[in-house]
Design a protein around this ligand. Sequence first.
Ligand SMILES: Cc1cc2nc3c(=O)[nH]c(=O)nc-3n(C[C@H](O)[C@H](O)[C@H](O)COP(=O)(O)OP(=O)(O)OC[C@H]3O[C@@H](n4cnc5c(N)ncnc54)[C@H](O)[C@@H]3O)c2cc1C
Length: 377
Amino acid sequence: MEKRADIAIVGAGILGLAHAHAAARRGHRVVVFERGLQATGASIRNFGLIWPIGQTHGEMHQLALCSRAQWLEILRDADLPYWPEGSLHVVYRPDEAAVAQEFAEIGPGLGYDVAWLNQHQVLERSSAVQRSGLIGGLWSPAEITVDPRVALPTLPKYLGERFGVEVRFGCPVQTVNPPFFEAGGERWAADHVIICSGDDFESLYPQTYAAAGLTRVKLQMLRTSPQPRGWRLGPALAAGLTLRFYPSFTVCTTLPALKERIARDAPEYEQWGIHGLVSQTAQEELTLGDSHEYGLAIDVFNKEEVDQLIIRYISGFLRAPVMTINQRWFGVYAKHPEKPYLSLEPEPGVRIVTSPGGAGMTLSFGVAGETIRSLSL
Ligand SMILES: Cc1cc2nc3c(=O)[nH]c(=O)nc-3n(C[C@H](O)[C@H](O)[C@H](O)COP(=O)(O)OP(=O)(O)OC[C@H]3O[C@@H](n4cnc5c(N)ncnc54)[C@H](O)[C@@H]3O)c2cc1C
């Protein structure tokens, strides 16, 4: 006799856990199957930034805000560390200031709570910003930092205790033939199987993934040693290169000139898709990144040149007591070239939810709510 769940979820990354939360809080019996002994995918390797300011205005920005609201509820309920300190995009060049100022002007009309700060106001808000050459910055209070290395291991326990979710680690889902599936050598049945397997496009429904046109993105990341006790990053930091990265800023008429200048004067930053983000961790370290290499085949070796470019760029705007690099790693996420994420139905009773790209921490709880609402339960 097979084992049973109402909803079975493949993958205990943030997208799988968010789906478990959305389904279980509506009263369904949920089992999550994770092939690893712990989550080791994109969700534990990221900055932990809940970053609504990066989402395109309208539907995606609203989804990010909805996700953010759920994060806050869970972070408080699970007693997880988090920093609701907003974000600052600091600018040092006139063309960067033009984009930040334009977004500060038009953003509020599009639903973003943003403001332009002059040099003095930026330095009042953050003691971690380099003063020399600073023109000002784009301030947004909406962004939250969580520590993924604390959150990802804690959430399965929290979901179990609070909502009765069972998370089975070391339990790969090998085949799905709805309503049945095989996981960890056992036969199961579920009304719905939701596959959140990150950048694994090959194990389950490989033809569906292949037809979807997904790719992989590799990001190099670094972490400093702990900062002295009492020193605070304050708002998460980004700078001029980030303005060309998130789709939200494409509404700015001043953006093409900035992009042209970067492509012309800093081709190495263009080549490796580098921008500079800084977030803090529960251990008072700073997480620094990142780069973007696109393609299905991932280079498993990091490039020192890329790390050096990231450090050089971030050192231009971050003023932190400790810049010693203590850890380096890379992460990989799935991405669709146009869509912010994919929800596919390879056959009745099965959903694949994947590729929230570089915004999976930001969007997961919102996306999960949409999936569960759309199922006929
Ligand atoms: C370096 C880096 C920095 C980032 N920074 C941010 C950020 O600050 N803010 C933000 O919003 N987003 C960020 N992102 C993006 C975000 O991390 C991803 O979008 C998100 O983590 C994807 O979550 P996921 O659950 O889909 O995938 P994953 O976290 O990769 O989880 C997928 C899981 O499925 C499991 N699995 C796969 N196949 C099976 C199977 N057959 N059976 C059982 N288990 C299976 C895997 O073992 C894995 O644990 C970043 C990404 C990276 C790589």
